[in-house]
Design a protein around this ligand. Structure first.
Ligand SMILES: [Zn+2]
Length: 104
């Protein structure tokens, strides 16, 4: 097992929160980003990472943070995710978030 895997295991449930210390927005490189957790078990299962500078949001789905640039994102995947968790998203992001929101 690699040293990183050992470290990941040892840090357990705090791993994703530590990840927030190093993640930057892929569009404007803004840092730090905001983390909103929707569902958490041993790890964060579902949540959203928000860039307060450009109002972009990045889903955490099935424990995987998806930090993709706009051109690699699929509206058909991301809009249903936002609808599912609409009540837990910050309302500003539901109305004005990029690259997709529920205002149209
Ligand atoms: Zn940004």
């Amino acid at each position: 097992m690699s040293a990183l895997a050992n470290q990941t295991r040892a840090e357990g449930r705090n791993f994703k929160r530590k990840l927030m210390d190093i993640l930057a927005c892929p569009i404007d490189k803004y840092y730090p980003l905001e983390l909103h957790v929707f569902q958490e078990k041993e790890e964060i299962v579902d949540g959203v990472i928000i860039c307060p500078k450009c109002t972009r949001w990045y889903p955490i789905r099935d424990e995987i943070p998806e930090m993709l640039p706009d051109e690699l994102r699929e509206e058909k995947d991301d809009v249903p995710f936002m609808k599912k968790w609409k009540d837990k998203f910050p309302s500003k992001i539901v109305k004005e978030g990029k690259p997709f929101n529920l205002s149209k």
